[in-house]
Design a protein around this ligand. Structure first.
Ligand code: PMP
Ligand code: GLU
Length: 396
């Protein structure tokens, strides 16, 4: 079978591959602790589930407008006004099948062959692949653990060329948990104001899983709203990964362009899920804060335990539910049978020898580190860290 070069050069999602592998081993009866995929372990809150059941009974089971039902687009505008101080019109909101589609739609709407997409590393695995799908060239800007995993204005300036089309900024970050402050975003904006060819995709899907007490959006910096596409959604804040609802808030012409794309290849996102998302945005927000506090507590637990493991360098994350330790001090070591040379070798060693699923940093553009998701129980976290510690003691 002849496949297209577009799909042939595409890498599968490393997070999903590792999660699948972990599920397969579990199905064979092996007791795997899964710290690979990033998804809240909580059930979707009751009032959101009830709204979905009601929507089914009310017959909300047909096509909706491609960019989402008017009530949801309006509720999102209210959320952006209340929580972010940003004024958008409903026509600037496009609801999609998850924030993943929102990012991909935007890249497809903005980029062409030869365009450059600036992606700070460590990055979420899908960004460079989506840029490639759009025909663009990913330009990676490295921000290691020593700089808190955040790019500087000087690095951004040096990466921009006349072909730069998009900067993808994810805060709080997957995979590092780094959070840009309002001042840091303003410093990056000062660079971007000199280069009007660059549009920012601000991936704020982890907005509510923030331990600094303050989420800042680059769209709130002077003159930036007109050149920023905010990506957000209900997956992480409301434990709704399976419902597949994300959105963009964008300048009207970009919103219209993504609507056209979406109208040709997925149509509207699931009607029932849209009613669930509406309940999430319009209902009480206590559930969001309760889950945030649980993640904050687990972060303290996992960071404390990871810091005690010889060979790990751990940066304390300010948001999301990932910890991204540097593990390269262990490269070159062996248990007598296999040698660990890369972060992917390291993650496979942990999977097979400790029965803990993680993701190697290679796929995140950071080959010295690996990612653990702590969206799991305290008991799982304790047991996973005990197993990792024990497996690493066998290395020489
Ligand atoms: N952006 C980032 C940084 C993510 O971690 C995820 C989670 N997969 C997404 C976007 C996509 O979220 P969704 O499940 O809503 O598609
Ligand atoms: N955001 C999650 C992760 O990074 C979901 C998996 C994915 O969509 O890649 O693990």
């Amino acid at each position: 079978m002849l496949l297209s070069p577009r799909v042939t050069r595409l890498q599968p999602s490393a997070t999903l591959v590792m999660s699948q592998k972990s599920a397969e081993l579990k199905a064979q009866g092996i007791d795997i602790i899964n710290l690979s995929v990033g998804e809240p372990d909580f059930d979707t809150p009751e009032h959101i589930r009830a709204a979905a059941k009601q929507a089914i009974d009310d017959g909300q089971t047909r096509y909706t407008p491609v960019p989402g039902i008017p009530a949801l687009r309006k509720a999102i505008c209210t959320k952006l006004q209340k929580e972010n101080g940003l004024d958008y019109l409903p026509e600037q909101i496009i609801v999609s099948n998850g924030a993943k589609q929102s990012v991909c739609n935007t890249l497809l709407a903005l980029c062409d062959e030869g365009d450059e997409v600036i992606i700070p590393a460590p990055y979420w695995v899908s960004y460079p692949q989506m840029a490639l799908m759009a025909g663009a060239t990913p330009v990676i800007v490295e921000a290691g653990i020593e700089q808190g995993f955040k790019i500087t204005p000087e690095q951004l300036e040096a990466a921009i060329t006349t072909r730069s089309r998009v900067l993808i900024l994810c805060t709080p970050s997957n995979p590092t948990g780094a959070v840009y402050t309002a001042a840091e975003l303003e410093a990056l904006s000062a660079v971007l104001r000199r280069h009007t060819q660059v549009t920012v995709i601000a991936d704020e899907i982890y907005e509510h899983i923030n331990y600094t007490g303050q989420h800042a959006s680059i769209a709130a910096c002077p003159d930036m709203k007109e050149r920023t596409v905010i990506v957000n959604g209900v997956s992480k804040a409301y434990a709704m990964t399976g419902w597949r609802i994300g959105f963009i808030a964008a300048p009207t012409d970009i919103a219209k362009a993504t609507q056209k794309l979406q109208g040709q290849y997925t149509s509207n996102p699931c009607s029932v899920s849209q009613y669930a998302a509406l309940a999430a945005y319009e209902g009480a927000q206590d559930c969001v804060e309760e889950m945030r506090q649980a993640f904050a507590r687990r972060k303290e637990l996992i960071v404390g335990l990871a810091c005690e493991i010889p060979g790990f360098e751990v940066s304390d994350p300010d948001g999301a539910f990932y910890v991204f330790p540097k593990c390269s001090a262990l490269f070159g070591k062996t248990d007598g049978q296999r040698t660990i040379n890369t972060s992917t070798d390291f993650a496979l060693y942990l999977l097979e020898e400790a029965h803990v699923a993680t993701v190697g940093g290679d796929a995140f553009g950071s080959p010295d580190c690996f990612r653990m998701s702590y969206a799991t129980s305290d008991d799982n976290i304790r047991e996973a860290m005990r197993r990792i510690r024990e497996a690493l003691m066998r290395l020489r």
